[in-house]
Write a new protein. Structure first.
Length: 306
């Protein structure tokens, strides 16, 4: 089983031995041949005390503890790009969408998928903690959230969208999101050449048809679909005040279709569970409230893929 933990659960486990000692959790994983799926966002959030002078958290200890567990690294930063690339190939070729695999062998592949091999090679012999400290020394800002006018961009966009009346139906909203993702990825030169050319030259009608094909089956581009539905659920809920953790929440949500069990932040859990239950059969069953629930389900063999 692949288990993805929200960073709060990782901190409780690694720093406080809650809800179980780390050694006991490690034994449970190994006995059941389970792996912990870890993203760049997880590691970034664990390492953020490096930006806080006087912080009591010993980041090296947390990362060393984490690295001792049976891990698989998940590259959440390129999931939507890879989903759209596969969807375009399938759509153009008249075949069905094939699920992507966002997993990589090493942490450096998870945090910087676009590094040239020679630049990435410097991390080959480094431990997880050494890699983080090397990144921190090169550019401390990577640990902080991305900002726009002093706020995380997602919060800026959310507030602007709440003021703007966009399409009222979900399918049109999704088509708009697909077009935006394609344009952004193409502008940043992050798409394969053929897809970049199509994204920049295709007509609005072509892109709408492509988005409609994806939308017709939520198993096509599931991370994109879940994150888009979550965004619009939050946008429509005027009483929801987004926290600074919203950027991390989106990163974790993108991992949901590719793991077996996942814990999500309390403010995100209910929203995502309702969305997942509605659009992707069985996906909501992967979502747990905390690590203790994960452990109970592992003990019972109560897992969606079992």
């Amino acid at each position: 089983m692949l288990i993805y933990l929200d960073t709060k659960d990782l901190i409780n486990l690694l720093e406080h031995d809650r809800p179980r000692p780390i050694q006991e959790f490690d034994a449970i994983l190994r006995a059941g041949l389970h792996n912990l799926a870890v993203s760049f966002s997880n590691v970034k959030e664990l390492s953020r005390p490096l930006l806080e002078p006087g912080a009591r958290t010993v980041v090296t200890r947390l990362l060393n503890q984490l690295e001792k567990l049976p891990l698989r690294y998940i590259r959440e930063g390129t999931i939507i790009r890879d989903e759209l690339s596969e969807a375009r190939e399938a759509f153009a070729g008249g075949r069905e969408y094939r699920a992507i695999s966002p997993f990589v062998a090493r942490f450096d592949e998870a945090f910087s998928p676009f590094l040239r091999p020679l630049a990435s090679a410097m991390y080959l012999t480094l431990s997880l903690a050494e890699s983080v400290f090397t990144l921190w020394q090169l550019n401390p800002s990577w640990l902080g959230p991305p900002t726009s006018h002093g706020l995380p961009p997602i919060k800026v966009h959310l507030e602007a969208d709440r003021m703007h009346r966009g399409p009222s139906d979900a399918a049109s909203n999704f088509a708009f999101a697909v077009a935006n993702h394609l344009r952004d990825l193409a502008t940043r030169k992050l798409l394969p050449d053929d897809l970049e050319a199509w994204a920049l030259t295709s007509s609005a009608e072509d892109r709408k048809c492509f988005a409609g094909w994806i939308y017709a089956d939520p198993r096509r581009c599931p991370a994109l679909r879940l994150s888009d539905e979550f965004y619009h659920a939050v946008r429509k809920n005027a009483s929801y005040t987004p926290s600074d953790s919203l950027v991390g929440d989106f990163a974790h949500i993108k991992c949901l279709p590719y793991v077996d069990l996942i814990t999500l932040d309390r403010g995100t859990h209910d929203h995502v569970r309702r969305i997942a239950d509605r659009i992707i059969p069985g996906c909501a069953d992967k979502i747990c409230g905390n690590l203790e629930e994960v452990l109970r389900r592992l003990a019972r063999g109560d897992c969606p893929s079992s």
